[in-house]
Ligand binder design. Structure first.
Ligand code: MG
Ligand code: ZN
Length: 217
């Protein structure tokens, strides 16, 4: 019997991811793979992060979207290098897409590289992109049932940012339920509560990045 095709795809992907991981390590780049459902606030978080850290770090962003270069333009405007990948329908990024994007990224001149994945709570978690850490954003408007419905995402992520906490008075979202469910799936995950509108909690996220940049160099 033949090996199933899906397994082959993931094996090829892992090989490419390992090549990229070596390249990132050689050049001391901290690489974060940012995942969430559409509209959770990935690009807005990146704009805030770039605004705060661009004086101390050289930042690059690989933007994954099914269509448009709108997000890469926002990143350029915020002050970081940006490459847009249009997946033309594919709902996640894979190693070959990252390989194509790296042709336009100067890894030697980058300290911090974000990969903003396609908005989707399912398959981005299955594809290793050679990143150091997967970071997940969940916004309170999505409800508190997402961790139990999409456990793989929360299992694979090293950091969970719970975003839009300024909207908590207006939505039915139990923060304790999120924390308990997520910690049951992944006891080691680091959880930060943030709002990109009021800026509450963002310093903890910036601090986490700086801590991990120091560990790299
Ligand atoms: Mg975006
Ligand atoms: Zn997909």
């Amino acid at each position: 019997m033949k090996v199933p095709v899906v397994r082959n795809i993931l094996e090829v992907n892992d090989r490419i991811a390992n090549e990229h991981r070596e390249l990132f390590q050689e050049n001391n780049v901290l690489v974060l793979n940012l995942m969430s459902s559409p509209g959770a606030g990935k690009t807005t978080l990146l704009e805030n992060t770039i605004g705060h850290l661009k004086e101390s770090l050289r930042i690059g962003v690989i933007e994954g979207d099914i269509q448009t270069s709108a997000d890469a333009e926002r990143i350029l405007h915020a002050g970081a290098a940006a490459v847009q990948i249009n997946t033309d329908g594919a709902c996640h990024l894979d190693g070959n897409m990252i390989k194509a994007a790296l042709g336009s990224i100067n890894t030697e001149g980058t300290d911090l590289l974000f990969i903003e994945n396609v908005g989707n709570l399912v398959c981005p978690a299955e594809f290793d992109l050679g990143e150091d850490y997967k970071v997940m954003i969940l916004s309170v408007t999505e409800g508190d049932d997402k961790p139990e419905k999409y456990p793989l995402m929360f299992h694979e992520a090293s950091v969970l940012l719970i975003n839009k906490i300024d909207l908590l008075p207006y939505v039915n979202c139990n923060m304790d339920k999120i924390r308990q469910t997520v910690l049951k799936i992944n006891p080691k995950i680091k959880i930060f509560e943030i709002s990109c509108q009021t800026k509450e909690g963002l310093d903890n996220w910036f601090g986490w990045i700086m801590e991990h940049i120091k560990n790299k160099t």
